[in-house]
Ligand binder design. Structure first.
Ligand SMILES: C[S@@+](CC[C@H](N)C(=O)[O-])C[C@H]1O[C@@H](n2cnc3c(N)ncnc32)[C@H](O)[C@@H]1O
Length: 222
């Protein structure tokens, strides 16, 4: 048996990560990130930064004071540090469930396609609440899958078509099988919205992007 810990799994797929994301989502992931970044400002924390794609969109599209990208995969971070080096951008090896920051440190927090992988989402959400300052905003992007007529075709795509596409590009098909499992086992939108509210966030909104293939959660701390 291989090592299926989260950091190790992402370490293994780093070289094909972006290419496969773009192919598997028909490039929609780029559009979804742009939508999310519009809500950010000031001192920004990018949790589960991965290869730093959110960082790149921030740097190219909005005004910011600084961005800190954190991740628990050393190789994903290494890729970000090498390829996404910009002014006022810092990368840190850190766990989103145990943030190494003081209370009220950031104006905005973004988590793009990362929260699904967290062991304890409640702890992570309360950490986001703690390090966000008053009037700060939390933006979470996640592929929860549509809860409408597209639900079954989407699951079929993830379970049977996606592994075929993935196998053309990488041997790490198991890592993508994990992606399928993590999507179908994620709480429903309404449940996850309540989890965000339970740690203290207010004005929590859920926006469905591309017929619900991706969901964006927006929440404020007052
Ligand atoms: C699917 S990638 C998303 C990367 C990036 N945000 C994007 O938009 O493509 C998920 C990332 O979450 C990271 N991750 C998983 N659990 C984490 C945790 N507890 N703390 C920080 N990062 C974590 C993984 O190492 C991986 O790089």
């Amino acid at each position: 048996m291989g090592d299926f810990s989260i950091p190790h799994m992402f370490d293994k797929i780093v070289d094909k990560y972006e290419l496969l994301n773009h192919i598997l989502s028909f490039n929609l992931d780029r559009i979804w990130r742009k939508r999310a970044v519009k809500f950010l400002n000031g001192r920004i924390l990018d949790v589960a930064t991965g290869t730093g794609e959110i960082v790149e969109v921030v740097v190219n599209t909005i005004k910011y004071d600084f961005i800190v990208g954190i991740d628990i995969s050393k190789l994903m971070l290494k890729y970000a540090i090498k390829n996404r080096k910009y002014e006022r951008v810092f990368y840190l090896f850190a766990d989103g469930e145990k943030l190494p920051f003081k209370n009220n440190s950031f104006d905005s927090i973004v988590v793009a396609f990362g929260i699904r992988n967290f062991k304890n989402k409640e702890i992570a959400l309360s950490e986001f609440y703690r390090v966000l300052k008053d009037n700060g905003i939390l933006v979470i992007l996640e592929m929860l899958g549509p809860e409408n007529f597209l639900s079954y075709p989407y699951r079929f795509y993830l379970r049977f078509i996606m592994p075929l596409i993935v196998s053309v590009f990488t041997k790490e098909v198991n890592a993508y099988y994990y992606l399928y499992k993590s999507i179908i086992s994620f709480p429903r939108r309404s449940k996850f919205k309540s989890m965000i509210e339970d740690v203290g966030f207010k004005d929590v909104k859920v926006l469905d992007l591309t017929f619900g293939a991706c969901s964006m959660f927006l929440a404020k701390k007052y």
